[in-house]
Design a protein around this ligand. Structure first.
Ligand SMILES: [Zn+2]
Length: 309
């Protein structure tokens, strides 16, 4: 059994990231499993090593340890390129020259995650057309998709997606040369022998794309367990609860560490995850002894005001 932390070092961790990290760790440790730490820092504009170092200190502060890593995705470009080359050798990859504005104008929004279902516009470009377009702008690289993907999520049950209809050919490498999350995450979890991925349910709808990549790359997929999202209560009357973001400074770990001891933060998150009857201080080690997935709620969790006030 191998679990993993895979934070994106684009800022200080907030409660949403911590919640994922805690449940990943508890699930792995309660099964006697190992943990890997991988920094998802593919995008040099949005991530930094310094934030990665800070995330490690924060995980240590909370008592969430790991056995292997940190791996940095920024060091693994050669491996992602070899994966891409293998797909390209099978004729499954093609260049896409659509600009962001064109994609938004011409493609229907994806039902679940706000991304766009790609129409396949550049699928049939001739070599001559590709050559002419390459002089104007560098292309993104897309993967041809077909068929349905089905899997059973460890928390939410059966899930199915028709890749062509619900997602479309998706990007493996952006036009600026940055490898896409979908490729890197599947290639890495496969290569690192991860057997269980625990993450927020906002990523549930990207799982079929990753399973498709696992199959094409001949990698063994992990079990997926998605978890409810932590939401901030509405800011004003009539406003819906919303996703936590970096703007929620009070939910950031720097603010939390000023107000709470590590075991108080862990205890509050464990209470939200259904593992405690009261939000009392407790160590992660102690929690692992009695961790039960069946107690984790399925509904998204609205944060109590005292964690954000
Ligand atoms: Zn295109």
């Amino acid at each position: 059994m191998v679990g993993r932390f895979a934070p994106s070092p684009s800022g200080r961790m907030h409660l949403g990231n911590l919640f994922s990290c805690l449940l990943s760790w508890l699930s792995a440790r309660s099964q006697g499993g190992r943990m890997i730490l991988r920094m998802e820092n593919l995008d040099p504009q949005r991530t930094s090593r310094a934030y990665g170092e800070q995330i490690m200190r924060d995980l240590e502060f909370l008592g969430l340890d790991w056995d292997e890593g940190p791996y940095w995705q920024s060091d693994r470009g050669g491996y992602y390129q070899r994966c891409l080359d293998r797909l390209a050798a099978r004729g499954l990859v093609y260049p896409c020259f659509c600009s962001r504005a064109e994609l938004h104008a011409a493609n229907a929004p994806h039902a679940s995650d706000g991304e766009y279902v790609y129409s396949g516009k550049c699928r049939g470009l001739s070599p001559g057309e590709v050559e002419a377009l390459e002089k104007k702008r560098p292309p993104a690289l897309r993967l041809r998709v077909r068929g349905k993907e089905r899997f059973t999520d460890g928390h939410y049950g059966p899930y199915e997606q028709d890749l062509e209809r619900d997602c479309g050919d998706f990007i493996l490498r952006r036009s600026d040369g940055v490898f896409a999350y979908q490729l890197a995450v599947a290639a890495d979890d496969g290569a690192m022998g991860v057997t269980e991925v625990v993450r927020g349910r906002d990523l549930l709808s990207s799982t079929p794309r990753q399973l498709y990549l696992y199959r094409l790359l001949g990698l063994r997929p992990p079990a997926f367990v998605h978890i409810p999202m932590l939401l901030a209560a509405e800011a004003g009357p009539g406003e819906a609860p919303r996703r936590l973001s970096k703007r929620d400074q009070d939910a950031g770990l720097d603010a939390l560490r000023e107000r709470f001891a590590a075991e108080e933060i862990v205890g509050r998150l464990a209470y939200l995850a259904g593992q405690l009857d009261r939000p009392e201080a407790v160590s992660a080690q102690e929690l692992a002894k009695g961790f039960q997935w069946s107690k984790v709620p399925k509904e998204d969790i609205i944060l109590p005001g005292d964690l954000l006030a």
